[in-house]
Design a protein. Structure first.
Length: 287
């Protein structure tokens, strides 16, 4: 216990990093579960890169300013969501193709802006984050986003579940379908911006998808899956922080690799992992 507790007891930056990871664990994996069930996991990855030019413009205007980079990331993410949806509805391209195009443009533009105006260390911080450098205003922002996510998921729970199971049915019986769809996309952007401050644009989606995928292999009931995803994310984050501290490794990649180990172990030993074998997969989700 001393090996686990001492780094967090002795150093303030480890305490802030731990609190930031726990706040992210209370929101990002919950969004990740619905991403997984809606078969939008790669959409989450694309959106994580789409916020980069907005954050880069915020950096260009105000440096490493929390407010400017957060506002820029939110606006860029929402702009890509709306633009890709408009292209998909007005042309022959599907939404995944249009989103992929905008994601590539966003990533290239963001890297170009930062590399032409800043230093390499700034580019690395934006791309890979700096969880050990979280300050109090950033922790407040993460707490606010976690609270918004919790409240929104409670309010949108039923339409989100219906949209995961049968979106056509939801559209036919309720006017909440667009509210659930675009509300969920806004939650996705919010949580990607929150993860961006800790893990950067390239790794923030890892805290969404990996715990959600691992939890999906253990349980079938959705409420249990949501709680398990959050718990697995918190455990993997603590393991990554300790691994980074003990072996002087980059913290963001260490956290994502720890979550990856959780996922691989789940694939190997979970009841619905490789042991599922030849049994027919259950298609029904218990809400």
């Amino acid at each position: 216990m001393d090996l686990v507790w001492n780094p967090f007891a002795e150093f303030g930056f480890m305490q802030r990093a731990l609190l930031g990871c726990l706040l992210l664990s209370a929101s990002a994996p919950l969004v990740g579960v619905f991403l997984l069930l809606r078969r939008m996991s790669l959409t989450g990855d694309a959106m994580a890169h789409a916020i980069l030019p907005g954050a880069a413009l915020g950096y260009l205007v105000s440096g490493l300013s929390l407010g400017a980079m957060t506002a820029g990331g939110l606006l860029a993410g929402l702009a890509v969501v709306l633009a890709s949806g408009l292209v998909a509805r007005s042309t022959a391209l599907r939404e995944d193709a249009s989103l992929a195009a905008f994601y590539l443009l966003s990533l290239a533009a963001g890297v170009l802006i930062i590399s032409s105006q800043g230093r390499n260390v700034d580019l690395l911080r934006v791309l890979f984050g700096s969880v050990l450098a979280l300050d109090d205003p950033t922790l407040v922002l993460l707490a606010v986003i976690a609270a918004i996510t919790a409240v929104a998921l409670v309010l949108l729970y039923r339409p989100l579940v219906l949209e995961c199971v049968d979106p056509a049915y939801l559209r036919s019986v309720s006017r909440l379908s667009p509210v659930a769809h675009y509300g969920f996309l806004m939650l996705l952007v919010l949580n990607l911006v929150a993860g961006f401050h800790a893990l950067g644009t390239l790794l923030s989606v890892g805290m969404m998808i990996l715990p959600a995928a691992a939890a999906r292999l253990w349980v079938r009931r959705l409420p249990t899956m949501l709680m398990l995803a959050g718990a697995l994310c918190a455990a993997g984050s603590v393991a990554g922080l300790l691994l980074s501290y003990r072996h002087e490794l980059p913290t963001g990649p260490a956290i994502v690799l720890s979550l990856g180990v959780v996922y691989i172990v789940s694939v190997l030993v979970a009841p619905r992992g490789l042991r599922w074998g030849a049994r027919p997969p259950a298609r029904h989700l218990r809400a």
